[in-house]
Design a protein around this ligand. Sequence first.
Ligand SMILES: Nc1ncnc2c1ncn2[C@@H]1O[C@H](COP(=O)(O)OP(=O)(O)O)[C@@H](O)[C@H]1O
Ligand SMILES: [Mg+2]
Length: 299
Amino acid sequence: MGEPDVMVVGQVARDLVLLVDEVPAASGTAPVRRRRELLGGKGANQAVGLAQLGVDAGLVGVVGDDEVGDRLLAQARADGVDVRAVLRRPGTPTGLIVDLVDAKGRWHYVEDVLAAAPLLRAARAVVVQLQQPLPAALAAARCARRAGRLVVLDGAPTDRAGAAELLVLADVLRADARETRLLTGAAPADAAGGLRAARELLGCGPSLVALAVDGVGNAFAWPDGDLFVPLSDTPTVDTTGAGDAFAAALTAGLLRGEPRERIARRAVAAAGATVGRPGGRPELTEATIAAQLARMPAG
Ligand SMILES: Nc1ncnc2c1ncn2[C@@H]1O[C@H](COP(=O)(O)OP(=O)(O)O)[C@@H](O)[C@H]1O
Ligand SMILES: [Mg+2]
């Protein structure tokens, strides 16, 4: 088994998708029309998206030693994701990874990341989301950076000092509007605002910044240029996982050395291919991406 080209450090969890006609008010009920349980969590979504795009991807994360954990790992393997660095934590139920995050859990996570250090160093790129504790994200980014790997950050930590520390380690920063507000103090309101925020964040370390502007599109900035890519006109069913698909496509394009505009447009297309479907699991193929590109305003 060769070493993966991209290691994704992040959550592995159950993604329970419930389709209801209308979301009930507090303490109300609603009949569930459809119930699906999928492999989810940001880490898994991004690794699966990368694999769907033909990138050799591996996952660093934690699941329990329960049956759900078995199922999730089997699904990830079937999706072509290398899971040898996913830790089975005894006595821990697999579920929402956030449930595992307590003061003790945090340091566990750092140890888990360090245990995967050889794979992080061997990869060409390491993708880190910021829904796991900051010390774990920092440990992964530092390890990858020292080895000269491409460090891709998706999201923003809530704490400002942590954000600054993490951004200097990053080559690529990708954030949605809420995360952009955590980083700059304001969510961009329009394309110009998005581009301004992206250029500002370049000053914090990354050499590529991609920011979502709600309902409008995504702003991309490099030290010597920028680009705004409007959204496709796909009706939104559920935006969950669209950012994960975006990050996966962005990373895949960068590793392939594709031209900037193509990378940017395909990342937005990958997000668009995910918003039309319930649940966070990406479904990235040349066909789904091409269909979105056709629905986006010409560049
Ligand atoms: N119709 C659409 N077409 C393309 N992209 C979309 C559309 N609607 C939303 N998006 C994009 O989806 C992404 C959602 O990101 P994010 O909030 O990080 O999702 P998650 O963290 O759930 O994966 C943003 O980049 C946003 O611009
Ligand atoms: Mg996101």
